[in-house]
Design a binder for this molecule. Structure first.
Ligand code: FBP
Length: 334
């Protein structure tokens, strides 16, 4: 037998030795996220057989029709973490207000912010889906954290990552020492190290965007998009369009092959669609840790002041040279 496969828990334990200060609780937290990922993946694999496709009839805080799978994924997270004792607060795309867990405080110092099921428009068509997570620390020890304590800048994250439910299930994360990817080996139910120290190429050949929104975009964004489609062999243009309807799947593609995903601000909605705390911030840290870049078009995502839990932000994310170029067009410098 060649190199014995490295499981997620073994790898995190080794990271803890290599990087003192990475706490045991964070290890437990990441492992618990892995467990929730297995449970969600199991439901997704059988979704068409167990009547969990379609809508619940409810509308969430974003004004979106809630999919049954959104609700199931959210419930799985809340149940798994409420009982784990690992976190003292939970905030989710599917919950208007965070769940505060005084029963876990003060021994649990971490708070988990997540998008339980990313790519909701894909749920009923067996297309890729994801889960996105961000972990921040409850700094105050004189009182139980409040909703405001969850509203943090991206630079305050202590862990971030995603689960990708594609042809295989993967968990990709960072705690600030690079980005690592694990593939779920269904036969043994273990995440095994498959992508250590992922590095994103400085420039790519693909873009991911909902081109149907082109007419809603400001002039600079439109000119950048037009630029990507002009034939110019020297700069590898035109780029190819690859848009899956799932942010996690598209960012994962960029992480491995380079390129840029953009969900820009619109003339009548300058803040765009995606949410800062549980979509842009965690993916921005992952991509930056892999050598890439994440921007609003005018500033670094991780430096964005966070004001409220469901705040939206324009997103340009991927290879550093591609995002830098997009910024030049958006800012009218090209
Ligand atoms: P959800 O978390 O509600 O799925 O929203 C995010 C998302 O679905 C991304 O995964 C995807 O890239 C984008 O929105 C698709 O939006 P649109 O349908 O407007 O292109």
């Amino acid at each position: 037998m060649g190199q014995f496969p490295l499981t997620l828990s073994r790898f995190i334990a080794q990271e803890q030795v290599a990087h003192p200060g990475t706490s045991g609780e964070l290890t437990g937290l990441l492992t618990q996220i892995g467990l929730v990922g297995k449970l969600i993946a199991q439901d997704l694999r059988r979704a068409g057989l167990i009547d969990i496709l379609g809508l619940t009839g409810e509308t969430n805080v974003q004004g979106e029709a809630v999919k049954k799978l959104d609700e199931i994924a959210n419930e799985t997270f809340v149940t798994a973490f409420r009982q784990s004792g690992l976190v003292c607060a939970l905030a989710s795309e599917e919950m208007e207000k965070p769940v505060l867990l005084p029963e876990n405080w003060p021994q649990a110092k971490y708070m988990l912010i997540f998008d339980p099921l990313d790519g909701s428009s894909n749920t009923d068509s067996n297309m890729p889906l994801g889960t996105i997570f961000s972990v921040v620390k409850a700094e105050r020890n004189d009182r139980m954290p409040t909703e405001d304590d969850l509203v943090c800048k991206g630079t305050e994250q202590v862990a971030a990552g995603y689960l990708l439910y594609g042809s295989s299930t993967m968990l990709v994360y960072t705690v600030g020492h690079g980005v690592h990817g694990f593939t779920l080996e269904p036969g043994i139910g273990e995440y095994l190290l498959s992508h250590e120290q992922i590095r994103i190429p400085a420039r790519g050949k693909v873009y991911a965007a909902n081109e149907g929104n082109y007419h809603k975009w400001p002039e600079g964004t439109k000119r950048y998009f037009d630029y990507l489609k002009v034939k110019d062999t020297a700069t590898g243009r035109p780029y190819s369009g690859r848009y899956s309807g799932c942010l996690v799947a598209d960012v994962h593609r960029m992480l491995l092959g380079g390129g840029i995903y953009l969900y820009p601000g619109e003339l009548d909605k300058p803040e765009g669609k995606l949410r800062l705390l549980y979509e842009a911030n965690p993916l921005a840290w992952v991509v930056e840790q892999a050598g890439g870049k994440a921007s609003t078009g005018t500033m670094r995502i991780l430096d964005m002041e966070a004001k409220q839990i469901h705040q939206r932000v324009p997103l340009f994310i991927g290879s550093a040279n591609d995002v830098r170029e997009a910024e030049e067009f958006v800012q009218g410098r090209r």
